[in-house]
Design a protein around this ligand. Structure first.
Ligand code: HEM
Length: 507
């Protein structure tokens, strides 16, 4: 009997109660099967480590310390650990050099899986790769023109976003910085006037929070339940709304590009829409506003969120350690004076103490507790015989290395000139301890094939904005209050979005 004939017989010959019972059994069976597949662990010799206490709760609310505990017990070996996405493998630093350039066919980035992409971005998965491919190819090639945009943005928009503060005034730092960075990044990446479009800036500022929260909430639920749960997550509905609105805004820009291309002497502008159009291997994608909307919003999320969080944390630290306000101000004023005619990329490189301050801030409070998330498509055998089984997701516990006392003496101490001193400890160190340097121990920007392509422009942007603020304001914590507490959720470390710092125009 065929399946359809069997179903027909079942429906016509059974009572409603019997049908409900059969349906419930069927659903339970699918649920258990999916669950067992999802949680199935490979039969291998990789040890599993479970941090102490109510570990699943710790994963959500004490993630940095849980990872530090796991890493301190397994510093040099591969171990398996439960995450809210199932069991993943934590890599020791010694394997990173061997793994960092593995091809995407074997070892692609797992960032899309981290965000549970299909619920947020309803396009074919491989098309999301246009973002990083375009940026790796084109971003640093256009760094000088992007630097000029970043400089102009910092000069004109910083005074517009931060109030005058003639006397000590409390400022909610994160939302202010977020709007500022959204506008600057839109100008230097997307361009086409969208930096002046209020809708685009509102979307760009809220999108990151919404994608992080949507995926964090989806992760709480078992994969089998997510198709239903998705409709009840307000932030996810907002992501879909933003995708649609961004599509409406990009459609006329793409249409205009198509028309202009037909004219003689057309000079293609430098913007990330063009980078993606150039790279689109499927011709249908070249001018598809739906796809472009999603890709531009992802790019915005990767760049706006990270940069604005770092600037916010720097301002929290300037208010907490006011003695360094003077140190950094002296440096920025001296370098700018030497440069004569405003900031250049060369003069940015001479801000060594500022660079160290920012890097120490990132070491203490990077936006993610783990980086180098990769998916093993095939079993990878390392030189020492260790195998990473096909199907595993791996990561590096960056937050744990950041607080490893064999790498950083007194790691809990915020030591703003730590990297400045390391940089000058030997001539070989000059290039090793800069904000944008990446090594298997300094993984805040990831490593290898998928290392952050935006780190140079991010570094310039943070310095330009800090230099502007140092020139204009003094900072202090609110009376009787400490540094605004970092908000921990799963692998995210958010600078407190409600945190207020006192600003006063310099006298
Ligand atoms: C403080 C600022 C930033 C931090 C801390 C940061 C950090 C990271 C990290 C940890 C990764 C994953 C790397 C890996 O898996 O190996 C990444 C990827 C990426 N970042 Fe950044 N980022 C920042 C700013 C930016 C900016 C400004 C842009 C764009 C202009 C950008 C674009 C990207 C892209 C496209 C990827 C994906 C790369 C790939 O998968 O190949 N980031 N970033």
């Amino acid at each position: 009997m065929s399946l359809s004939a069997f179903l027909h017989k079942l429906v016509t010959s059974s009572s409603l109660v019997q049908l409900i019972a059969v349906a419930s059994l069927l659903i339970s069976f699918i649920f258990v099967l999916t669950y067992s597949l999802f949680t199935k662990r490979q039969e291998d010799n990789i040890p599993t480590y479970t941090p102490q206490g109510d570990y699943k709760k710790r994963w959500s609310h004490d993630n940095p310390h849980a990872l530090q505990e796991a890493y301190s017990r397994n510093r040099n070996s591969l171990f398996r650990i439960w995450t809210s996405q199932g069991y993943h493998l934590a890599l020791p630093a010694r394997y990173l050099d061997e793994l960092k350039m593995q091809p995407d066919t074997k070892f692609p980035s797992a960032l899309q899986n981290f965000f549970i992409g299909p619920y947020l971005w309803p396009v074919e998965k491989w098309k999301l790769d246009y973002v990083h491919k375009g940026l790796h190819k084109d971003l640093n090639k256009h760094l000088p023109s992007m630097f000029a945009d970043a400089k102009e943005g910092a000069d004109t928009l910083t005074p517009a976003e931060f109030p005058k503060c003639e006397d000590w005034t409390p400022i909610k730092v994160h939302p202010t910085v977020l709007r500022l960075v959204s506008q600057i990044n839109t100008k230097l990446l997307v361009g086409n006037g969208l930096e002046k479009n209020k809708d685009w800036i509102d979307i760009s500022a809220s999108y990151t929070r919404n994608i992080f929260l949507s995926s964090a909430k989806l992760r709480v639920f078992h994969p089998a339940l997510r198709p239903v749960v998705q409709w009840f997550i307000p932030e996810l509905r907002d992501v879909w709304r933003c995708n649609r609105r961004a599509q409406e805004l990009l459609a006329p820009i793409l249409a205009e590009k198509v028309e202009k291309e037909k004219t003689e002497n057309y000079k293609k502008p430098v913007d990330s829409i063009e980078w993606i159009r150039d790279d689109a291997s499927d011709p249908k994608d070249k001018n598809d506003p739906h796809l472009h909307a999603i890709l531009q919003l992802i790019l915005g999320a990767l760049s706006v969120n990270t940069t604005s969080q770092l600037i916010t944390n720097c301002i929290y630290n300037l208010a907490t350690y006011p003695e360094y306000t003077t140190v950094l101000r002296e440096e920025t004023e001296a370098v700018l004076k030497e440069a004569g005619d405003g900031w250049t990329m060369d003069s940015m490189a001479r801000l060594e103490k500022t660079d160290s301050f920012i890097k120490e801030t990132l070491r203490h409070a990077g936006h993610l507790t783990l980086t180098f998330q990769r998916e093993a498509k095939t079993t990878l055998t390392l030189k020492d015989g260790t195998q990473i089984p096909a199907g595993s997701t791996v990561f590096f516990p960056t937050v744990a290395a950041n607080f490893d006392d064999s790498l950083y003496p007194e790691p809990d101490r915020f030591e703003p000139l730590r990297f400045y001193n390391l940089r000058h400890a030997s001539p070989d160190n000059e290039k090793k301890f800069q904000l944008t340097s990446i090594t298997p121990e300094q993984m805040q920007f990831g490593l290898g094939r998928h290392a952050c392509p935006g780190r140079a422009i991010a570094s310039h942007q943070v310095k330009l904005i800090l230099a502007h603020l140092l020139k204009t304001y003094d900072f202090k914590l609110k009376e009787g209050e400490g540094r605004p507490k970092t908000v921990l959720f799963q692998t995210n470390q958010f600078p407190n979005p409600q945190g207020e710092i006192m600003f006063r125009r310099r006298r």
